[in-house]
Design a protein. Structure first.
Length: 250
């Protein structure tokens, strides 16, 4: 006589319809996630190649400008004259004094320039208006004309983005592209190029950068910090010597 109390095997048990549907849904989701991952990887590779091409293009432009200036200097020397470089278009301004005993007008100008804290720095486009503003706040700031190397070091080491009024670290080019993509600025090198050349979207690129929070310079400020730079102090225009100061504060 056959035994009818045997336990049914897995094949004998029918799978519930809800479980079948869940398995199909999970399989489709896994397949879609894998396809999205591959597509994102391909898009990332294309973006990286684009970033490299843009950086190389900017490097060639910087080199051409430098070579052209050298050529003009040599030509002027050969003709027995002097080469006068064009007026600088960009300044880097650092606040060197606190909040005490500052009249309302300089205080307001520093607020407009976003120099809220001591040792904070910003890029400023030089024109008639900003030059006059710098003259008014000269006792409270020091400024000069930054080199490309200084601009790059500042952006890479101290650069933070202002996104939705929040201070966000620039850890990915996607942050830059989301905010400045409509101005054809999609990576850090594009941002540096726009700042260094004072391009048409300089205002948007500069406002995208949060004011740089610098450290006190190595060795401290001069004892006569509140005197002008040319007489042994720190305030006022120091032209290309701003690069040495930023190097000490960065």
């Amino acid at each position: 006589m056959e035994n009818t109390d045997t336990v049914p095997t897995v094949k004998d048990v029918e799978v519930p319809e809800t479980l079948l549907k869940k398995q199909k849904t999970d399989a489709k989701a896994a397949e879609k996630a894998a396809a999205d991952k591959v597509a994102a990887r391909k898009a990332q590779i294309v973006k990286r190649r684009q970033y490299v091409k843009r950086a190389a293009k900017h490097a060639r432009e910087y080199e051409a400008i430098e070579r052209n200036e050298i050529s003009l200097r040599r030509q002027a020397k050969a003709n027995g004259s002097y080469y006068v470089a064009p007026q600088p278009k960009l300044a880097f301004v650092v606040r060197i004094r606190g909040i005490n005993n500052i009249p309302p007008k300089p205080r307001k100008i520093m607020q407009l320039l976003r120099l809220i804290q001591i040792n904070s720095g910003v890029f400023v486009r030089l024109n008639k208006a900003t030059t006059e503003m710098l003259q008014i706040i000269q006792p409270y700031v020091t400024y000069g004309y930054p080199s490309l190397k200084t601009i790059r070091q500042l952006v890479y080491k101290r650069g933070y983005a202002k996104v939705n009024k929040q201070r966000i670290a620039i850890q990915d080019n996607a942050v830059i592209e989301a905010a400045l993509g409509k101005y054809n600025i999609i990576c850090v090198e594009d941002l540096i190029h726009e700042i260094a050349t004072v391009g048409p979207a300089f205002k948007q690129a500069n406002n995208f950068l949060w004011p740089f929070k610098l450290s006190s310079p190595n060795g401290g400020w001069n004892e006569r910090k509140l005197k002008h730079f040319i007489i042994g102090g720190d305030q006022g225009n120091r032209e290309h010597f701003i690069n040495n100061l930023v190097k000490q504060m960065n």
